[in-house]
Each structure stands twice: as structure tokens, then as C-alpha cells.
Write a protein that binds this ligand. Structure first.
Ligand SMILES: NC(=O)c1ccc[n+]([C@@H]2O[C@H](COP(=O)([O-])OP(=O)(O)OC[C@H]3O[C@@H](n4cnc5c(N)ncnc54)[C@H](OP(=O)(O)O)[C@@H]3O)[C@@H](O)[C@H]2O)c1
Length: 326
């Protein structure tokens, strides 16, 4: 049986919007689950780029979400809200959370929790939800930023479902990593023009889908990479969202430009993604066809160091926080 739930818990507080040094441990009251939610005693929390943006004050959490940073966790269910029947106290889960992950206890909708894929430890399972939910909600094939959390999920899913991925990276080490996890082609965007490379690789046909997180001048370049009736899914704007583009690309090749943000998606939509990941993607982890990639684990109290590493882009794979050793 889990120990009694303490009235207060430690969490990573962002004192004010700013650089990683605004992060430090503090104490707050432990939340209680509302109807349809579970309370998780957190073992690990994933560090995602949106966490850095929230810390800097540029990505406010949705109104009903915890103001604490952190979008994914793993741990043990210690309390159930009214109407939760799919989990029991004591179950180990990994979960997509609307916020609150950098804490000893975290709430998540029961329908956004998944079991640990058989054969994966709590650390590895905590690295999955934010990236696999996001990629499952989009499609493949030209994947920018292949060595980051989102990129490595997209490359592996593309391969597992027999799609060929072309990915962009900023260094030779990252290129080798992306090839190793299954990218069919890797382009170093610092040395090569990815529009020309995509044309060569596809015999001028173009790709069916671009998954973009860069924005800026990539928007028009991505349009040039798309095949007739191709689709661009935009999930972030690392280089800005206000751009001038030649819209004729859309008209001439019947392109579809779309985008999404997982965090603001309706609870029901995220529950559908969870169900589909459980059926179609968790078995791939269990069969070792795809794998989590953990680059570095920081103690909970060193969240600022974890954010510095993420913002340096020196990482290859996921950065994680250890809240309570498994
Ligand atoms: N919309 C959503 O639902 C959603 C959900 C989660 C995350 N996101 C967004 O997705 C992005 C990735 O998140 P993450 O957690 O995977 O971060 P991450 O691990 O830091 O990955 C981002 C990668 O992008 C690469 N990159 C930066 N500039 C680039 C450029 N000009 N061309 C190609 N690659 C470039 C970086 O590697 P290099 O060294 O190779 O440049 C970096 O590894 C973030 O912007 C995040 O906000 C969106």
C-alpha cells in the first residue's frame, strides 16, 4: 500500500519569468484529484522545450492547468478522483499532464495515463508521453530537428510504419544518431540547403508531409519541399511566426498547411490519442521496434541545469528529472 499522502510537496518553482536560475525547489500543497483525475506520486518528469518557454514567461499554462512546469511524468497512482475506474491505487503509469510535472505529486486525467510498456523502466516511460502524443497527432516525413525529443519520436514512428523520413540536424553527431534510430536521409542544415537536398532525394517529387517546429524562413522552404497535395503540420516557431511567404505554392500544388498544440487540445482529443498510442505504439516499445532515448538525468533540484542544457541544444535525445529514485 502506498504511504499516506503528505499535505505538502516539493516542486520546482519559477520565481519569475527569466533565465534558468529562476528555478528552485519550494513547497506547496499537494493537489487532490477532481472527478476523472488521478494523483501520481512522481518518479520522473521529462524536460521539454515548451517548459523552457513557460519558464521564460512566453507560454502561459491553460487556465485550468497547474501553474507548475512539466508536461509528462511517470510514477505510482496514489489517489483516484470520482468516476475513475480504469486505474487502481498502486498502479504504475506514465502520463501526459496539462502542467504540474516538476513536483513530487502531479494530477493527470485518468484517460491521459498509459501503462508502462512491458520491459521499460519508470525513467524511460516518463520520456514518452509529450513527444509520442504530439507526433501521433501529426504526420511524417520531412522532420526538422531530428535529434530532439519530438524528432526522435517522429523518425522512429515513420520507420515503424514504413514511411521514409528525411531529417534536418545541426551537427555530424546528431546526423549519426538520427541514422542510427532509423532516418532514411539526414541533412545538416548548417552545411546543406535542405530544399535542394529534398528535391534530389525525392527525384523532384517532394515529400508528402513536413513536420515543422522552426517556422521563420522554413515556412516557405517547407512549401517548396512538399509534393502535390502535400501537408505541412506546424508545431512550433523556434525562429518566429510572422513571415512573408509566396502563397502561390499552396494554390499551385494544392497544399494543406495545418498546425496544432497538444497542450491546448481538448481533453477528449488527448484521450483518443492515448487510446491509439496504447493500441498501436506501446506494442512497438514492447517488441523493441522503437525505443526511448535518454540523454541525461538531473536530480529534481537541478531543473535550472536541465533547462540550460536544453537551451544549449547540445543534447541528443531526452533530458529528464529524477524526482524520486525508482
Ligand atoms: N505543438 C505541440 O503540440 C508541441 C508539443 C511539444 C513540443 N513542441 C515544440 O517542438 C519543438 C521541439 O521540442 P523538443 O522538446 O523536442 O525540443 P528539443 O529536444 O530541444 O529539440 C529541438 C531540436 O530542434 C533543432 N533545431 C533548432 N533549430 C533548427 C533549425 N533551424 N533547423 C533544424 N533543426 C533545428 C535542435 O537541434 P540542432 O542542434 O540540430 O539545431 C534541437 O535538437 C519545440 O519548439 C517545442 O516547443 C510542440
Amino acid at each position: 500500500m502506498p504511504a499516506a499522502i503528505p499535505a505538502t510537496m516539493r516542486y520546482v518553482k519559477a520565481r519569475e519569468p527569466g533565465l534558468p536560475e529562476v528555478l528552485s525547489l519550494d513547497t506547496t500543497s499537494t493537489p487532490s484529484p477532481k472527478a476523472g483525475e488521478v494523483l501520481i506520486e512522481v518518479s520522473y518528469a521529462g524536460v521539454n522545450r515548451p517548459d523552457c518557454i513557460q519558464r521564460a514567461g512566453l507560454y502561459p499554462p491553460p487556465p485550468d492547468a497547474s501553474p507548475i512546469i512539466g508536461l509528462e511524468v511517470s510514477g505510482r497512482v496514489v489517489a483516484l478522483g470520482d468516476g475513475v475506474s480504469e486505474w487502481r491505487v498502486g498502479d504504475f503509469v506514465c502520463a501526459l499532464t496539462p502542467g504540474g510535472g516538476y513536483a513530487e505529486y502531479c494530477l493527470a486525467p485518468a484517460a491521459h495515463c498509459l501503462p508502462l510498456p512491458r520491459g521499460l523502466a519508470l525513467l524511460e516511460a516518463a520520456s514518452l508521453p509529450e513527444n509520442y502524443f504530439t507526433v501521433w497527432n501529426n504526420l511524417f516525413v520531412l522532420v526538422h530537428g531530428g535529434s530532439g525529443g519530438i524528432g526522435l519520436a517522429a523518425i522512429q514512428l515513420a520507420k515503424a510504419f514504413d514511411a521514409k523520413s528525411i531529417t534536418t540536424v545541426g551537427s555530424a553527431d546528431k546526423a549519426a544518431f538520427c541514422r542510427d534510430i532509423g532516418a532514411a536521409h539526414v541533412i545538416n542544415y548548417r552545411e546543406q540547403d535542405f530544399v535542394a537536398e529534398v528535391a534530389t532525394i525525392t527525384g523532384k517529387k517532394g515529400v508528402d508531409v513536413v513536420l515543422d517546429m522552426v517556422g521563420g524562413d522554413y515556412i516557405e522552404k517547407n512549401m517548396k519541399c512538399l509534393a502535390i497535395e502535400g501537408r505541412m503540420a506546424i508545431i512550433a516557431f523556434l525562429q518566429g511566426s510572422k513571415v512573408t511567404v509566396d502563397w502561390r505554392h499552396i494554390m499551385m500544388r494544392r497544399l494543406t498547411i495545418t498546425g496544432s498544440t497538444l497542450r491546448a487540445s481538448p481533453v477528449q482529443r488527448k484521450a483518443e490519442i492515448a487510446a491509439s498510442l496504447r493500441n498501436k505504439v506501446w506494442p512497438l516499445f514492447e517488441a523493441k521496434k522503437i525505443k526511448p532515448v535518454i540523454f541525461r538525468v538531473f536530480p529534481f533540484a537541478e531543473a535550472a541545469e536541465a533547462h540550460r542544457l536544453m537551451e544549449s541544444s547540445a543534447h541528443i535525445g531526452k533530458i529528464m528529472l529524477e524526482v524520486r529514485p525508482a
